[in-house]
Design a protein around this ligand. Sequence first.
Ligand SMILES: Cc1cc2nc3c(=O)[nH]c(=O)nc-3n(C[C@H](O)[C@H](O)[C@H](O)COP(=O)(O)OP(=O)(O)OC[C@H]3O[C@@H](n4cnc5c(N)ncnc54)[C@H](O)[C@@H]3O)c2cc1C
Length: 287
Amino acid sequence: MDFLRPTTWEEALAAKADQPEAVPIQGGTDVMVEINFDVRRPVALLDLNRVAELREWDLVDGVCRVGAGVPYTAVIEDLGGMLPGLAQASRTVGSPQIRNRGTVGGNLGAASPAGDSHPPLLATDAVIEVESRGRGVRMIPAAAFYLGVKRNALEPDELIKAVHVKPASGPQYFSKVGTRNAMVIAVCSFAVALHPEERRVRTGIGSAAPTPRRALEAEDLLARELDWDTPALDPALLRRFGRLCAAAAAPIDDVRGTAEYRVHAIDVMARRTLTWAWNDYLGRRAA
Ligand SMILES: Cc1cc2nc3c(=O)[nH]c(=O)nc-3n(C[C@H](O)[C@H](O)[C@H](O)COP(=O)(O)OP(=O)(O)OC[C@H]3O[C@@H](n4cnc5c(N)ncnc54)[C@H](O)[C@@H]3O)c2cc1C
């Protein structure tokens, strides 16, 4: 197996262009498991750990740009104020060791429907920056990035460079059901983000369909009927929101849970996270 070790982004793009079958490796918390279990035997590994800029984040024109190699621990410690939904989801990933190595870029590369970063990325209208040597940069909205089970919109010669997310303008919450409290892949998960300045709510559903997805009809319902000036969240509206989020899911039965349970759990998590977010919103308005 070839082991390619670029030290700059340009070298990394060149290596991927010359050898599209090379498998990128960042934290290795997915790649190494697959190699150890003989799920795949790549002809080449493209180690991105020496490309320093991938581990950086910054604010560009008011948008937070998180390098693909920024580990979950940094998202939690450095970005929790700006990206609370993503930080909350990051806290639920694996163990401290996994959070020190694992990255949002790797989560996107793996594109598992159960990946924890996907629901908050969807709920915050995140955009994925990818690049190839031949065609340059493409900016892909998160909603267009997930194409199928463990399939994403990357072309063979492309690498993920960063994720762009606007700093939160309102409360954001993430909820995850697992078969135990830690070190667990989501049975299903849900994220909500309030965008008060635009008077809209965005959602993200995880592990309850072939790809992470938004609950578009539920978002439309709130766009039409949520009264942002009222102190109380209408219980009937909340119930309809939960039901529409559940209806947006298309889960399967598997070892972690039944489809029926997942649909029920999405309904509960949608109502719960929206209530948490709404109460936060009211608290901030009153302050
Ligand atoms: C014990 C354990 C517990 C875990 N718990 C969770 C959990 O709770 N929640 C969760 O979501 N995940 C979990 N995972 C899975 C894994 O940690 C995450 O998916 C993590 O985000 C992967 O990041 P990484 O940097 O380690 O990726 P890697 O393993 O390095 O790569 C993952 C995939 O992304 C590709 N890739 C990496 N970087 C790039 C790039 N820049 N451009 C293009 N492709 C790229 C790789 O080729 C590979 O296909 C767990 C894994 C383990 C081993």
